[in-house]
Design a protein around this ligand. Structure first.
Ligand code: ZN
Length: 277
């Protein structure tokens, strides 16, 4: 392939910026696939874009970049094109970017065009670079946000437990096996205002197979017992129910623990194995 048929640098810059029309783009791609020399030149241009991007400043959002480049291109074309300036109306950049006009303009003021394009190229490359930076930063901000939310949730929960253990308005209830004198006990701390509840069970009997303990709040207005969660004691007979989802402002007469089938029940199975005093 002869030198005269190589893609000139300006055209390669346009190619790198994807500003060629589909026909020119296909021609360029075809030539590049066969010509190592032009591929090297394209690599150099791409490298230049990256350097310009790293050193230039940008004052506009990326979304405007392409539009600006089109305007810049239109100005450049108009300066070098043989047609009178009036022919391309303002805003009708498509017409001045027609391949015909482009070919007329080529070679008349290559230096001027290249200088103009350098500005446009700097802008486009900078926009792209900053856009990528923006994406990376956005991801980092999202990560920090997620961790902060998790930390806040943990702190809120810890604060509620702390309130349950320290607040003097907390209702405390000790649950013992219905038959007096036995070991198993449960301690409940309950704050009606927030519906916060903490249950600590000790010396609980091991569960029969496929069964579970379930904690109940017995409202003092005589309503049906409210389920406060199921629990299974460990091998030492210890179990906790920490902050189950409960309505606010339900005053409790007492608490009780029943034995239920695995998964729990919506109404307690009598008799209770532990009841509040
Ligand atoms: Zn070539």
């Amino acid at each position: 392939m002869s030198v005269s048929q190589h893609i000139d640098r300006e055209q390669l810059v346009l190619y790198a910026l994807q500003f060629l029309d589909p026909t020119e783009n296909a021609e360029a791609r075809e030539h590049l696939s066969d010509c190592r020399e032009c591929r090297r030149e394209l690599d150099r241009i791409t490298g230049d874009l990256a350097v310009v991007a790293l050193t230039a400043e940008m004052h506009s959002p990326p979304a405007l970049a392409r539009q600006r480049i089109a305007k810049q291109a239109a100005r450049e074309r108009r300066t070098v094109a043989p047609e009178p300036l009036g022919e391309a109306s303002a805003g009708n950049y498509g017409s001045v970017l027609e391949p015909e006009t482009r070919r007329n303009g080529r070679g008349r003021s290559v230096t001027g065009m290249v200088l103009g394009w350098l500005a446009a190229v700097a802008f486009a490359a900078t926009s792209l670079y900053l856009y990528q930076q923006h994406s990376v930063l956005q991801q980092q901000v999202n990560d920090v946000k997620t961790r902060l939310q998790q930390a806040n949730a943990d702190a809120d929960r810890a604060k509620m437990v702390y309130e349950l253990l320290t607040d003097h308005t907390v209702m405390r209830s000790t649950l013992t096996k219905s038959v007096a004198g036995s070991w198993p006990t449960g301690r409940v701390s309950y704050l009606p205002e927030t519906g916060s509840l903490l249950f600590i069970g000790m010396n609980l009997d091991p569960l029969p197979p496929h069964q579970t303990y379930e904690l109940w709040l017995l409202p003092n207005d005589g309503r049906e017992p409210i389920a406060c969660g199921t629990f299974t004691p460990d091998t030492h007979g210890n179990a906790n129910v920490v902050l189950p989802e409960l309505q606010h402002d339900v005053n409790a007469r007492t608490f009780a623990v029943s034995l239920e089938d695995q998964g729990g029940a919506s109404t307690p199975t009598m008799p209770y194995v532990l009841t509040g005093n």
